[in-house]
Design a protein around this ligand. Structure first.
Ligand code: HDE
Length: 702
């Protein structure tokens, strides 16, 4: 359960008089003595040292100077991308030995448990930006293996915007706030971003993904993760197999809708981090299975696209995913800064048995991640910070530098040396040590882009055609929203020209809604779009959703006089599904139910809008409904829930609220009147579908 604060009597606390020197008692006993960094006990932390009670502050006040000095230096540069993130500890369990495919120690023994740290993030926004920005989510995983840290620094989308790392600064500059005005923040709906994208045909596949609901996940627990690049696995005999890494969430996929995301950012900018924190604190540990798509040179040769091109994915239908283990996140951090902020992931952190491919994006990343940590953490010794320190022995001759915490003992700080095994220190091991796969490389030096990277539209089309009608509609609407915020007409038109190469229907819909005066010609393409790639149903969120309401939340709006039996019945049905309820009421103190019992509220109605919940219920008395009908946030509660296609349960008396909100005549099969507690179960069964999508069409103008 989430920890509740123990109630403290206000009178129990010795209030600060500012006079200093009081022994501050906290309910429950004496506290430890405050000290300086040097360990000197502090007598007064309320007043600086002065010459006389009204005189100047004295420079000799070491405690004051140290306290302010440290405060002044609390900040470090935020990450240049992925600044806003949230981390958690966990472990990985290997399902089976993969010794025939890789020598990586972590994959040798079934049942092996390996400690992990994971950080999820958005990309474009600053550290304080809202969680529901339309954005790619970072999915960075560290495995503390017995042979070193392995960092799989992935995203929640399997492809990327660009093909060569040299374009990364341009992409990120274009996506982030413009340099002259420093806005817009944490969003791509602006001229610079779409200017860059529309001038970079290689981004078209990713553009389709980011306009899909993948970029507005319901929670970090309901999204997939991808290693994106092709990597190599190498076995003990030196045989290499190509691999793409996948994370599959145990709870299935779920996203919110765009209008909901916009409102969520206001209602709870911390929606995702709070959700993950709550789930872990309650013991409902999030899980993902690790999958591998394994393939050889022959497949790479015959595949329609280049496996080194990070703007392409390999459909699961072509190379099935082999599930090899499971990650469980079971512990929140003790301190956000020490762990989540200071964790320094590096794509270069690989272990024997795993190797890079020549993907030019990956090769560029290998430079960037090491380099950026020096800027952020200020010292080459960032691996000494506990969250970055490997859990296996670390032995080398590197030394000194800012903030050094560890060094070898003794006189030997170089090798070769002749000091003997005890003093002389470690030596390389050709048998155990990491060896790069000896791939043969040839060719003249040139700044080139391989011809095999030239098809920019075929997989964009394949992705679009793999979506359900509801999802295709969301993609179209996202393009319309984003391009409506673009002020330069030529950029809007240029994007439509690209969409014509993806799907004519999509392009026309976007052009019509933007009211483009002239339909542009299709963008010129180096390679014509392959029209016959098979749809991949695995790419749809809705086709890969959960089978239950587990891990989701029902928001119940109640008033005084709520039918106690009905409320208990609904609560029981939700809990037996493994889901949660949250009580919303006109006042935070709670309400008095029909049987006289007191129901505590978690949210006051104006702080608990329906966007916080996966489904909602309104259970009231007649008087209660009349009260709610006068409250704008209560009307918004049902109007939004309806517009966001949520399942809605209501008691007969609550109908007055729906009437006042103008919804009574529109209530559909996704809205269920609960007359008796026993009907609660069938409502919860309905909620397993998550949303009542048929409603969406009825909400659009004919
Ligand atoms: Fe990153 N990226 N990236 N990136 N990236 C960073 O490293 C970079 C790319 C990703 O939670 C930075 O430690 C370049 C792809 C995640 O701490 C930086 C290129 C993918 C995180 C950097 C890429 C990612 C980062 C900033 C183009 C998915 C957050 C802070 C070649 C496979 C890690 C830092 C965390 C962070 C560079 C492209 C994922 C600047 C140059 C593709 C999840 O080094």
């Amino acid at each position: 359960m989430t920890k509740k604060f123990e109630s403290v009597q206000v009178d129990d606390l010795a209030l600060n008089t500012g006079q200093g020197g009081e022994v501050h008692q906290i309910a429950g006993g004496d506290v430890e003595t405050l000290t300086t960094q040097g360990g000197t006990p502090v007598s007064d932390d309320q007043n600086s040292l002065k010459a006389g009670s009204r005189g100047p502050t004295l420079l000799e006040d070491q405690h004051f100077r140290e306290k302010i000095f440290h405060f002044d230096h609390e900040r470090i540069p935020e990450r240049v991308v992925h600044a806003r993130g949230f981390g958690a500890h966990g472990f990985f369990e290997t399902y089976e030995s993969l010794a025939d495919i890789t020598a990586a120690d972590i994959f040798q023994r079934a049942g092996e448990k390996t400690e992990m740290f994971v950080r999820f993030s958005t990309v474009a926004g600053n550290k304080g930006s809202p969680d529901l920005a339309r954005d790619v989510r970072g999915f960075a995983c560290r495995f503390y293996t017995k042979e070193g840290n392995w960092d799989l620094v992935g995203n929640n989308i399997p492809v990327f915007f660009i093909q060569d790392a040299i374009k990364f600064p341009d992409l990120i500059h274009a996506a982030k706030a413009a340099p002259d005005r420093d806005f817009p923040q944490a969003q791509t709906a602006h001229d610079n971003f779409w200017d860059f994208i529309s001038l970079s045909p290689e981004s078209m596949h990713m553009a389709l993904w980011i306009m899909s609901d993948r970029t507005i996940p319901r929670s970090l627990r309901f999204m997939e993760g991808f290693g994106v690049h092709t990597f190599r696995l190498v076995n003990a005999a030196g045989k290499s197999t190509f691999v793409k890494f996948h994370w599959k969430p145990a709870l299935g996929l779920q996203s919110v809708v765009w209008n909901e995301a916009l409102k969520l950012n206001g209602a709870d900018p911390d929606f995702h981090r709070r959700d993950l924190w709550d789930a872990i604190q309650m013991g409902d540990f999030p899980e993902w299975e690790l999958g591998m798509q394994l393939f050889d040179d022959a497949f790479a040769e015959r595949f329609d696209f280049d496996i080194l091109d990070a703007t392409k994915f390999i459909p699961e239908e072509e190379v099935p995913i082999r599930i090899v283990g499971k990650m469980t996140l079971d512990r929140c951090v003790d301190n956000f800064f020490l762990e989540t902020e200071q964790v320094a992931f590096q794509t270069g952190n690989i272990v024997p048995g795993i190797d890079f491919s020549n993907d030019p994006l990956l090769q560029g990343r290998n430079f960037s991640y090491l380099d950026t940590q020096l800027k952020r953490l200020g010292s080459p010794n960032f691996t000494h910070i506990p969250v970055n320190a490997p859990r296996c022995p670390v032995r080398h001759f590197q030394q000194d530098g800012h903030m050094a915490m560890q060094s070898r003992k003794g006189r030997a700080n170089y090798e070769p040396n002749s000091w003997g095994a005890d003093i002389g220190g470690p030596r390389e091991s050709p048998e155990r040590g990491f060896r790069s796969f000896p791939a043969e490389e040839s060719g003249g030096k040139a700044r080139v882009r391989s011809e095999t990277f030239a098809d920019h539209y075929s997989q964009a089309r394949q992705f679009y055609l793999s979506q359900t009608e509801v999802e295709q509609n969301h993609i179209a609407k996202a393009f319309i929203f984003e391009l409506s915020k673009v002020e330069t007409l030529a950029i809007r038109s240029r994007m439509v020209a690209h969409l014509l190469n993806v799907d004519e229907g999509l392009a026309k819909k976007v052009a019509t809604e933007l009211r483009l005066k002239d339909m542009p010609k299709p963008a010129s393409a180096k390679r014509p779009t392959k029209m016959d790639l098979k749809a991949s149903p695995k790419l749809s969120i809705l086709l890969n959703g959960p089978k239950s309401f587990k891990g989701r939340k029902l928001g119940i709006l109640v008033t005084d006089g709520v039918d106690a039996g009905l409320l208990t019945g609904l609560k029981k049905a939700i809990e037996s599904e493994g889901a949660l309820i949250e009580i919303v009421a006109p006042n935070i103190g709670g309400v008095k139910a029909s049987d006289g019992s007191w129901i505590e509220a978690k949210q006051k109605i104006d702080g608990g809008p329906s966007v916080l919940y996966d489904a909602v219920a309104v259970l009231t008395s007649k008087e209660g409904a009349a009260l709610l009908a006068k409250l704008p946030p209560a009307k918004d509660f049902v109007t939004d829930a309806f517009a966001h296609c949520k399942f809605i349960a209501y008691s007969a008396q609550a109908l007055a609220l729906f009437e006042k909100a103008g919804l009574a005549a529109d209530l559909d099969q996704g809205c269920v009147k609960l007359d008796a507690a026993k009907e609660a179960k069938s409502f919860v069964e309905l909620c397993r579908e998550l949303r009542f999508w048929p409603r969406e069409k009825t909400l659009e103008p004919a």
